[in-house]
Design a protein around this ligand. Sequence first.
Ligand code: GLN
Ligand code: ZN
Length: 755
Amino acid sequence: MSTIHLAGFPRIGAKRELKFLVEKFWKNEIDDAALQAGARELRQKHWLLQKGAGLDISPVGDFSLYDHVLDAQVLVGAIPRRFGFDAAKLSSAQYFQLARGNSSQHAIEMTKWFDSNYHYLVPEWHADTAFAANPAPLLAQIAEAQALGIKSKPVLIGPLTLLWLGKCKGAAFDRLSLLPALLQTYQDLLAALNAAKVDWVQLDEPILALDLPAEWLAAFAPAYAELAASPLQLLLATYFGSVAPHAELLKALPVAGLHLDLVRAPQQLAAFVQGWPQDKVLSAGVIDGRNIWRADLDAVLQQAEALHVQLGERLWLAPSCSLLHSPFDLAQEGQLDVDLKSWLAFAVQKLNELKLLKRGLQQGRASIENELAASNYAREQRRSSPRIHRAEVAQRLAALPAGSDRRASPFAQRAPLQHAWLKLPLLPTTTIGSFPQTSEIRAARAAFKRGELDAASYEAAMKAEIELVIRKQEQLDIDVLVHGEAERNDMVEYFGEQLAGFAFTEYGWVQSYGSRCVKPPVIYGDVARPTPMTVRWAVYAQSLSPRPVKGMLTGPVTILQWSFVRNDLPRSAVCRQIALAINDEVLDLENAGIKVIQIDEPAVREGLPLKRGDWDAYLAWAGEAFRLSCAGVDDSTQIHTHMCYSEFGDILPAIAALDADVITIETSRSDMELLRDFGSFQYPNEIGPGVYDIHSPRIPTEAELDKLLAKALQVIPAERLWVNPDCGLKTRGWPETEAALQAMVNVTKRLRAKL
Ligand code: GLN
Ligand code: ZN
């Protein structure tokens, strides 16, 4: 009968046990033995959960103490050589030094895992990188699983994806040149796994969902022909997008099975079922591994039934991708609205959905009649729930006149109107929004949330903080002030908590990197803003100073990107709804006299689709949403935006099309190199390139700042140049913040005098 399996399971644990375990080890509160024992216990718990759900075969090697891409580097014996460690004899302490840096080496660079919010550690390849199989840790885990009576399927990152994910160091070379040596090591690994008596090995090649250069695509057939020499059955796993363009290549690969993501790319199935080889397993990823909605069991079963007719035993069922991206267990949520809860499925619930699908296939629909009815009921109820649908939101969107997302006049006309009342000096100084979030602020916020601090005392504490921040900025002689964001825990959660259509879980954590987890809000219904969210703080801050204070909001694309988004509307539609809610706030701020308003959009770039062909459509709706969020403001109101990573390259036209009056960006770590693109593209509006890196406590010297600003002035005319740090200051302490800002202001003043 058909097999149910998983590409991977969340390793963090139901209550983030892994986080607390490794953090204890970092603080020397537990030793290595206790760390290993804790990790083993978690793995065992997770396998037993899977066994309980009737999984036929469980992933092994999906667990990691920090990151599975780092583990893959250890497995092939190619950890960054600058550390001087021996991969085969790596201690836990050394493993974490690779991930977090040590006194002589900075940490391995981290970047986003495809289009997810998970971050992996980037392999460092040299032209002469050598590999050596180091299977012992994986073999130990296989033994653990086998001891529990679990049939295990080791999961490895495929050789091509592993190479692709790495960065070349040293003299330029093509990382594909490392493939022959790497394949030799994979063969050694497979031999070791074969000796461990496993039948199946999963090789993840998610790069197949990208636009791959021809030479990379061409490398697949010969590479897998070499690996196929192993007697093991290989399951090639793809996910996060369609691999239909490579259907013929994939059908012909000498592997025993292929996994497809049928949630992200359901239409790709057609390209594979046609002429699907008689001897291959097709693993259908039909349960959403990236989102939290309950499956439409009836529809999925129907699809599985049809596939089963054709494939029989050769049909496997699974979530679309590893459940690493899904929160752990919905059953832990005690405070969620019961209706909403009945529409959701976290990892544990997804296991159960798989189990039901299998039973439905095996014993017929009648055997899961009740569960199908419950699933249908939830679907119907969700479809018609008044909690989700707000007629006025749809009406308002439908009634938007064409061009609502345009400012009344072009920038060239707005700018003089803004300058006239702002009366700012050349090279105006500002900051990105947040000021140090001291432990007192955090404690006050937490106490207020728990109901231990009454509203009046909380209000007073926040106002005192705002006053402090305003006075400090005045003393530093900064030109455009901020209120400091003391009342905000997180730039998305803060708004989500005040918007209709959003819900928050208690334990819906997802690993972001290492021990860091995020708990994204759930956008389940039409979004609206019942009451002003930031106006009273902004107005209070402005009342304290004659200098302009920026209103500070998070933009619609970023709110969307960092949430779990409803799947019954296109993301673009949800984004427009958020845009209108933010627009309400923008107009209220403006009415209240706040006429410099910053709408942060750090997530625009990371929202880019995996395939270039989809970029334009995304950039069009994302840009429209941003512009809609500032629709209707007066020409004299100055709209700012902020983005953290400014490696915009070929999307610069889309960034310019946002038409923010001022954009502040992160550039200092690249020595202003990134600003060059803005110069050569002739970016038309005002720009504040970050002049120092806020990610470290280091105070920049005035000489450094001087040099960076001189570089910036070569590219951007002084009339359009602002001076500011790279990003918000909330993770910094006050002493370094004041010193750094003082240096920034001093250098700016000296420079102004020379202009
Ligand atoms: N205004 C936010 C802050 O200053 C921006 C944060 C961000 O760019 N991620 O903290
Ligand atoms: Zn930022």
